[in-house]
Design a protein around this ligand. Structure first.
Ligand code: AVI
Length: 361
């Protein structure tokens, strides 16, 4: 039985899997014009989708229970991104304190010419963690991609966004792919194989541990092929007050984003977290060079789910996110260790953020 609340997981949600299936132009043509044959393909694919969805739910439950059962409880940051979480993240990007988005946009605006000179025009643009696709769309006029492939874990949100982009740029062939980069992912066969430019902006790589980040970059290296490249943005180390304000804005949007993960966990796990009994915490861990986000229990409580429970004492925390901050040297070394050759780097005027262009070695 599926929970009645919204559940977003990797490739599928029960409300969207058919949309997902129809979203591929080839499949859409089959469905509309193909008679019995394509209908049976449709039915068997739906069954496979349903089974895959069911196993992803079970996998998520196992992962969540394992994290909540650890002495220092944790919830992986990918669970932030249900429909509301994705929208709250968009709102974070508009806050005065979260300089990340503006600093990166400044780099793309100031160095658009140099970026397209480095990358060349008409690449296959693969937008990893595309969100609303707005960052990639700003590159369309200079890069003129031959194909735009938007990849994200929050598929429903992605498909709405790409639907809007496709209407605005009807001449660019577009595809959506639901995938989770924290694991191995495969691009479908209809993604062009030549001159792939993987685009991973926003310092999302900083949400992995350094070891996971290198593993992830190696997967990107494998996905881009020998004639491909990576255009990636990362946040630079800076004074803690600036960093801590960016992750604890005065309007409380980051707090809502952090707390919303408990609602998503309730929907997935059928647990009974009461959001009112938790508060948002963010601090810069200088030794690890990372912002840490936690949820702190404001009262002693028992949280239950089918087949399990966890007792939290007042003040106990659940670790929900790390956001690593890099030096230019540290990050380019990481790229080199992952099979890329860094040919260009750009920063904003205040040197808050770094964008690197690295080609496959
Ligand atoms: C998506 N990611 C790069 C953001 C970050 O800055 O680590 C997520 C975020 N968490 C709180 N604010 C923004």
């Amino acid at each position: 039985m599926l929970p009645s609340n919204e559940v977003t997981l990797g490739r599928h949600s029960m409300r969207q899997y058919l949309w997902f299936w129809l979203s591929s132009p080839a499949r859409r043509t089959d469905f509309i014009g193909g008679g019995m044959n394509s209908m049976s393909v449709h039915l068997s694919e739906n069954r496979r989708d349903r089974e895959a969805f069911g196993s992803e739910i079970s996998q998520a439950r196992r992962e969540l229970v394992a994290g909540l059962s650890q002495k220092a409880a944790r919830i992986a940051p990918k669970y932030f991104y249900n429909g509301l979480g994705s929208r709250l993240f968009e709102a974070i990007c508009l806050t005065d304190e979260y300089y990340v988005t503006r600093a990166e946009a400044e780099i793309f605006a100031t160095h658009a010419g140099a970026i397209s000179a480095a990358a060349g025009t008409q690449p296959t643009l693969i937008d990893l963690g595309a969100g609303n696709g707005a960052k990639a769309a700003r590159l369309f006029s200079t890069l003129r991609p031959r194909q735009y492939v938007a990849v994200d874990i929050s598929v429903e949100f992605l498909e709405q966004a790409v639907g809007r982009l496709q209407a605005e740029y009807p001449h660019i062939p577009m595809l959506t792919v639901g995938a989770d980069f924290s694991e191995n992912f495969a691009l479908p066969g209809d993604v062009e194989t030549s001159r792939r430019l993987l685009f991973y902006p926003g310092s999302s790589i900083g949400n992995f541990t350094p070891l996971e980040a290198v593993q992830c970059l190696r997967r990107f290296r494998a996905a881009c092929g020998d004639d491909g490249a990576l255009l990636i943005g990362v946040d630079l180390v800076k004074a803690s007050p600036l960093l801590e304000a960016a992750y604890d804005d005065a309007l409380g949007i980051t707090a809502a984003f952090n707390l919303n993960v408990l609602r998503h966990v309730n929907a997935l796990l059928h647990s009974d977290f009461d959001v009112g009994h938790w508060r948002h915490r963010a601090h810069f861990n200088e030794d690890q060079s990372r912002i840490e986000m936690h949820l702190e229990a404001t009262k002693t409580q028992l949280v239950t789910w089918p087949g399990g429970a966890r007792h939290f004492v007042r003040g106990e925390r659940i670790h929900t996110e790390n956001s690593y901050k890099f030096t230019q040297r540290g990050f380019t070394t990481m790229l080199a260790q992952s099979g890329f050759e860094v040919t260009h780097c750009w920063t904003d005027a205040a040197q808050r953020f770094l964008v690197c262009y690295a080609r496959a070695q």
